[in-house]
Design a binder for this molecule. Structure first.
Ligand SMILES: O=C(O)c1ccccc1N[C@@H]1O[C@H](COP(=O)(O)O)[C@@H](O)[C@H]1O
Length: 215
């Protein structure tokens, strides 16, 4: 199972988490987030990471008016291998990013309120590499610590890979994975002391639990 640890802001923590066996580190490129990190700081971390570890930037493409070109520029400057779109980006916006950066992994995050909203996935499954499902919050796009209703996802099998996010932690990951079968999991606030400051013990516990359940 693919494990992404998101909201990395410190070099030493990023390197330690890579050593623990995370498949991917996430960097928040949304300026309004308390986990925001700029291109220069991301580059200092990505330059030192092993090539085997993916490095994904999290963006909000439309609602904060970050254009395709700005995202591409940050991706290149930061040495990102992937882009996670966590705003109201359309499938066309995703296609434009994929055309300009064909070699980067593209993940579209959707904040889901109800089982009816799962059909939103259909419009994206042919233009992204993975769909990420996160919980809905009226004020914040992500990093909220809110969980999805896992019960509504027990038979969720989209035509593309999908990752489970939203309020995951070492305490609830076993329960979550006993109900749903994602291709990957993504965690941020559930393994930190304060926004952007990861608790390495919690990160290790989280990764170990996932590896015990799903190799
Ligand atoms: O973490 C943030 O501050 C953030 C800001 C804007 C968009 C997305 C953000 N984080 C993403 O939210 C999910 C779930 O986080 P959590 O585990 O519930 O804290 C995750 O994909 C982060 O990448």
């Amino acid at each position: 199972m693919y494990v992404k640890i998101c909201g990395i802001t410190q070099l030493e923590q990023g390197l330690a988490i890579a050593k623990m066996g995370a498949n991917c580190l996430g960097f928040i490129c949304v300026t309004s987030s308390p986990r925001y990190i700029d291109s220069k700081q991301i580059r200092l971390i990505t330059d030192k990471l092993p090539f085997s570890v993916d490095r994904v930037g999290v963006f909000m493409g439309v609602s904060l008016d970050t254009s395709v070109d700005e995202i591409c520029q940050v991706a290149r400057q930061s040495g990102l291998s992937g882009i996670q779109l966590h705003g109201n980006e359309s499938p066309e916006f995703c296609r434009e990013i994929k055309t300009k950066l064909p070699d980067r992994q593209l993940i579209k995050a959707l904040n889901i309120r109800s089982s009816q909203e799962l059909t939103r996935v259909d419009a994206y499954s042919d233009c992204v590499d993975a769909i990420l499902l996160d919980a809905y919050d009226p004020k914040l796009a992500g990093g909220t610590g809110k969980t999805l209703d896992w019960q509504m996802l027990t038979s969720f099998r989209p035509p593309c890979p999908w990752w489970l996010a939203g309020g995951l932690s070492p305490e609830n990951i076993t329960n979550a994975l006993s109900q749903v079968s994602p291709d990957g999991v993504d965690v941020s606030s559930g393994v930190e002391r304060s926004p952007g400051d990861k608790d390495l013990e919690l990160v290790e516990k989280f990764i170990q639990q996932v590896r015990t359940l799903k190799a």
